[in-house]
Design a protein around this ligand. Sequence first.
Ligand code: G3I
Length: 302
Amino acid sequence: SGTLGTAAADSGRYFGTAVAAGRLGDSTYSTILDREFNMITPENEMKWDTTEPSRGNFNFGPADQIVNHAAAHGQRMRGHTLVWHSQLPGWVSSITDPNTLRSVMDNHITTEMNHYKGRIYAWDVVNEAFADGTGRHRGDVFQNVLGNGYIEEAFRTARAADPSAKLCYNDYNIENWSDAKTQGVYNMVRDFKSRGVPIDCVGFQSHFGTGGPPASFQTTLANFAALGVDVQITELDIAQASPTNYANTVRACMNVARCTGITVWGIRDSDSWRSQDSPLLFDAYGNKKPAYDAVLTALGGG
Ligand code: G3I
C-alpha cells in the first residue's frame, strides 16, 4: 500500500512535515519521516533567533542537519522563515533606526538564502505579518520602523538572493474567506501581482480546532490561486484529529489545481507544539491513527 508522499506525488503534489533536528536520532521518528514524507520544514532551526543570534554571527548548524538529512533521503525543503516578529532576537527588535533595520533585514535574508541557495523549494519569506481580526499589518518592529513597504522589500531582496526558490507569504487564520485578515492578505497579494513584486505562493498554516477547516477553505485557496500564485497548506494540525476534518482539508487542496502540497506540523502527537490536542496523524508510539487513513484515501492512495 502507498504512503502519504507517494499518494500526493501521483497528483503532482508533495506531502511534508515539520521536523525538529533534535529528533532525527529517534529511529521511530526518522523511520516514519523517511517512509511517508517527501517535503520537510524545519520546525525552529531556520528562525532568526537560531540563525543570527547576534548581529552578523550566523549559525546554520541545526538547520544544516535537517537539510543534509533531506538531501540524503530525496526530500525537498521548505525554508521557514526569514522575517517574523516571533523568535526574533532582542538585538533586532530593539533597533529604532530605519536604515539600520533595513540593512539588517536585507542582510539576514541574503545571507540565509545564499547559504541554502539551490536547495530550497520554497521560502516563507515573511511569516504572520497581519494582525488578527483586521486587514492590517501587525505592529511589529518591521512595520513600526520600516513602514508598509517592508514586506515588498523583503520579497525583492529574496528574489535577488535565490531566483530558483519559490517565495511565499505564510500566515494563520487566513483560511476563512470572509475574515478581514484573509481579505488583507488577499489584497496584498493582488497588489504585489499587479505591480510585479515577486511572490510565488501563499502558505495557509491551517492550525484548526475540533471544528476542522472552515466551509469556505476551498474557495479561499481557489481565489488566491486565481491571482496567479501557488497555494500550500503549510502547518496542518487539527485538534483531536478527526478523520472527517482531515479528509475535508486534504480534499480542499486536491480540488484546487494550484494547491501544490500539504505539510503537517509534526509527525507524532508527542512531537506536536499542541500535543495535548492530539492533533497529528501518528500516535506517540508511531502508530497510524484513523486520520492517517482518511488522508491517504483523500490523496487518492491507500
Ligand atoms: O530550545 C529551547 C530550549 O533550549 C529551552 O530550554 C526551552 C525552554 O522553553 O525552550 C526551547 O525552545 C523552544 C522551541 O520551541 C524549541 O522547542 C521555545 O521555548 C518554544 O517557544 C518554541 O516553540 C515553537 C514556536 O513555533 C515558537 O513560536 C514551536 O516548537 C513551533 O512548533 C512553533 O511553530 C510555529 C511556526 O513557526 C509558525 N506558525 C505557528 C507555529 C505554532 O506556534
